[in-house]
Design a protein around this ligand. Sequence first.
Ligand SMILES: NC(=O)c1ccc[n+]([C@@H]2O[C@H](COP(=O)([O-])OP(=O)(O)OC[C@H]3O[C@@H](n4cnc5c(N)ncnc54)[C@H](OP(=O)(O)O)[C@@H]3O)[C@@H](O)[C@H]2O)c1
Length: 282
Amino acid sequence: MITGTGLISQPTSVVLAGCGNMGFAMLRGWLATGTLKPQDVHVVEPLDALLLRADGQGVNTYSTAAALPGDLMPDIVIFAVKPQVIGDVIGDYLRFSQPGRGTTFVSVAAGVPIARFERELAPGAPVIRVMPNTPAAVGEGAMVMCANAHVTDRQRKTVERLMAASGEVTEIGDEALMDAVTAVSGSGPAYVFHLIEALTEAGKAVGLPDDIAGRLALQTVHGAARYAHQSGEDPGTLREQVTSPNGTTAAALGVLMRPDGLAALLEEAVRAARDRAIELGR
Ligand SMILES: NC(=O)c1ccc[n+]([C@@H]2O[C@H](COP(=O)([O-])OP(=O)(O)OC[C@H]3O[C@@H](n4cnc5c(N)ncnc54)[C@H](OP(=O)(O)O)[C@@H]3O)[C@@H](O)[C@H]2O)c1
């Protein structure tokens, strides 16, 4: 696992195909840390509003791949489009996969296997599948990457450093785990945002004003996550430290930790996400 700003020493040129929620989150992370220079980033995005948003970051923008400069030799092409359209998009970047180009292909699409890219790009194309998450926008992402056999050490390091600029990177060799990763850390921020929403609503239900309930819920999740990260203690120990015998927390955990409580619900949710990733890859 590597973390940090992961500054790339050589100028690295990147084509980002798709600049929606995930593409833009990564872009913000790379530019904010100075990992990439705006002039080295080429964003392809068909939606005008999103293209304008990317343009506001000072990067080069194009509404179609056909508009990319003919002499462009990107080090990395990143696919950040929906899995459902990936089949229509890969072919637009085929020219960068011709032998000798040295371009690494990165996909963040949930469920889509490396083999799909290997089938549609030129033989021997280096492909890295990455599962990022949106906290990448503030340098707090959790990224997992898995490379095919054609990726050189240098290419792997460059992509690893690019991803590390947006958070913590773990590399795995077993691609079959990527769907489980997607279900835990790719989708995971949504579970935590929902926890903040639910805790806010619960606070309101017991009489707190809306703004105070929202602030307390957000800061509690932020503070607890940061404390868990920095203290080095396991979450179970930290939970016990909050739980006075026969006190208020014990009363709440009696509800949350019953057999059909939060753990069972989360397992069901993660299984549903993992299964959907598998479906998307078919
Ligand atoms: N959002 C997350 O938290 C997250 C986390 C991890 C991984 N991912 C993965 O990241 C990918 C993008 O997800 P997202 O949430 O960012 O989706 P999104 O917000 O819909 O962004 C994708 C963008 O790509 C555009 N697009 C469509 N065809 C294109 C083309 N030919 N060239 C360039 N851009 C094109 C889409 O435009 P249209 O809307 O007009 O099609 C859209 O604006 C997905 O594969 C997803 O599985 C997302």
